[in-house]
Design a protein around this ligand. Structure first.
Ligand SMILES: Nc1ncnc2c1ncn2[C@@H]1O[C@H](COP(=O)(O)OP(=O)(O)OP(=O)(O)O)[C@@H](O)[C@H]1O
Ligand SMILES: [Mg+2]
Length: 291
């Protein structure tokens, strides 16, 4: 079985030494300004001499964390993964990685432990995974993956900020704990995906709770934009709405269209699975209605 880039990163953390991390740090911190670094820039930004830098670069290239091209050296995806993992471990935020519990178009989600063996959730953004695979296949590191990494960092930041804001108003959104580069750490929710539950004691109540959470988000300024039975977790009758990186502000031009789509997705599911029919326009009005 091929290891995902993340499991490989977990293994590599233990193989790398201080100097390796120093070099990774220079790459990670200069991502925004330049994607390719050469020996002299690296020595400018680290306290290592050029021959030591060369030594560490060779190791990092061998491990597949740094790419080498005619333009210079560049940070690869696994390189940033491993750098973030090291930061999380140093801060006792995540010290062990468990099974992967979600793999979607946009992220890999893992169950993890902190230094007190408390469960945590680690979400690593992998936006545009397929185009990234193409980059890897062609082994075309001349273009670098820096822009792709920056996109994922921005997206992680967006979801973290929205969750931090919304969570103050309702516990039906995951509680975010920490963000580093393209990764966010959250409190775990012990529930099942709505799409997967066979039976619900009181589906009408569950539907009303989902609408109530959508209303809270809307009243505080956001429409989720990807709401469906896969992005709702349910634990007894409690519901949680996940997955906010694509959320839009209620004053965006297409907010009404996006909200209507979210509402339709949820109502369609409850109609199909539980034969509960709720009026679309009435539901939209409830969500948008006066506080
Ligand atoms: N805080 C959490 N607690 C428990 N499980 C979680 C949490 N966050 C995410 N998950 C699990 O990971 C899955 C994917 O998470 P999320 O929807 O946020 O990412 P995604 O990139 O949209 O993935 P997908 O495309 O599969 O929806 C969820 O369906 C859920 O099973
Ligand atoms: Mg999702």
């Amino acid at each position: 079985m091929q290891l995902s880039s993340f499991s490989k990163a977990g293994h590599l953390v233990s193989l790398l030494n201080k100097g390796d991390f120093k070099i990774l740090k220079v790459f990670a911190s200069s991502l925004k300004n330049r994607q390719f670094l050469n020996l002299s820039t690296l020595s400018q930004y680290s306290d290592l001499n050029q021959s030591l830098i060369k030594h560490h670069l060779e190791r990092l290239v061998k491990f597949g964390l740094i790419g080498k091209s005619t333009l210079g050296y560049t940070l690869l995806v696994t390189g940033l993964d491993i750098y973030v993992l090291k930061i999380l471990a140093n801060r006792n935020i995540i010290t062990a990685i468990g099974p992967q519990i979600g793999i979607g178009k946009e992220a890999e989600v893992y169950l993890a432990h902190d230094s007190l063996e408390q469960d945590k959730i680690l979400k690593m953004f992998r936006l545009g995974r397929s185009s990234f695979k193409q980059i890897k296949r062609k082994r075309d590191i001349n273009t670098g993956v820096g822009n792709w990494l920056l996109l994922n960092i921005e997206t992680a930041k967006k979801e973290f900020d929205i969750l931090s804001y919304l969570r103050d108003f309702s516990s039906s959104f995951p509680k975010p704990l920490y963000r580093s580069f393209h990764c966010i750490v959250m409190e775990p929710i012990y529930g099942s995906r709505l799409s997967e539950v066979e039976n619900i004691d009181n589906p009408q109540l569950v539907l009303e709770r989902i609408i109530d959470s959508m209303r809270t988000a809307y009243q505080k300024g956001y429409v989720n934009g990807d709401l469906n039975e896969y992005n709702v977790l349910i634990d007894n009758d409690n519901i949680f709405i996940l997955d906010w990186p694509q959320a839009i502000k209620v004053d965006t031009v297409n907010a009404n269209t996006v909200l209507a789509r979210d509402v339709k997705n949820i109502l369609k599911f409850f109609s199909r699975r539980f034969e509960i029919d709720r009026d679309i326009q009435n539901t939209i009005n409830t969500i948008k209605g006066p506080v």
